[in-house]
Design a protein around this ligand. Structure first.
Ligand SMILES: Nc1ncnc2c1ncn2[C@@H]1O[C@H](COP(=O)(O)OP(=O)(O)O)[C@@H](O)[C@H]1O
Ligand SMILES: C=C(OP(=O)(O)O)C(=O)O
Length: 200
């Protein structure tokens, strides 16, 4: 064991117990773990991704580890927000699991991310002193949210590598096999450590 935290789940009793951590993100991540078990049985993929939709119905799906920009980039005032973190992709298209968002507060400013700033509503100026301080808000607090939070099959898939070491070009257009390769290796630079820096 490298940590004293544990997330214990009883699928029969539909119970989850979170021990040894005060990170409230475990509530949604624990349930996400349940979805990884249940959804494939229904021929549905559960994805750690954000999603938004353009005016023409084109859905973009953003994959990336914690801190790579899923929440920030999907909350785009020119597009409709479907969700910032956890989704299902089935034969019918995309649907959001959470119905709300979980934004990072560090460095948050009204000028750079006005929709997130306004959605938090309470105490925004006083938070964000630690690396992984979060605020949650109902998705309805984002003015251009897509309610209900569903969309057609994605037209564009974006892999957020956040490669601070400059190994990858800033932007690359990938072929299908390249996309599959990069999805599987999941290369991320510095910010893949975002949550771990804070808690371990
Ligand atoms: N160009 C940028 N694109 C995306 N995020 C950025 C950028 N510049 C700074 N950030 C910051 O990086 C962090 C990205 O975190 P977030 O969007 O919550 O990631 P995720 O949802 O993938 O965990 C935010 O704190 C955001 O303010
Ligand atoms: C809530 C989380 O997801 P993200 O940081 O990608 O928002 C997490 O990883 O704990």
């Amino acid at each position: 064991m490298t940590t004293s935290a544990s997330i214990d789940l009883n699928l029969d009793r539909k119970e989850m117990v979170i021990l040894g951590t005060q990170y409230s993100g475990e509530m949604k991540k624990g349930l996400f773990g349940v979805m990884h078990y249940l959804m494939p049985k229904r021929n549905t993929l559960s994805l750690h991704s954000s999603n938004n939709m353009g005016k023409d119905g084109d859905v973009a799906l953003f994959f990336g580890l914690s801190g790579t920009g899923k929440t920030t980039l999907s909350t785009d005032h020119n597009r409709l927000l479907i969700g910032d973190d956890e989704h299902c992709w089935s034969e019918n298209g995309i649907s959001n699991i959470e119905g709300g968002c979980y934004a990072k507060c560090i460095g948050l400013s009204k000028e750079k991310e006005p929709n997130i700033w306004n959605a938090i509503k309470f105490g925004t100026g006083n938070v964000g002193k630690r690396q992984n301080t979060r605020a949650s808000y109902p998705i309805e607090y984002i003015p251009n949210a897509k309610i209900p939070c569903v969309g057609p099959h994605p037209k564009n898939v974006i892999l957020l590598a956040c490669d601070a070491f400059g190994v990858l070009p800033p932007v690359s257009k990938l072929t299908l096999p390249q996309t599959m390769y990069h999805f599987i290796i999941g290369y991320t630079a510095l910010v893949g450590q975002f949550v771990r820096l804070e808690f371990f």
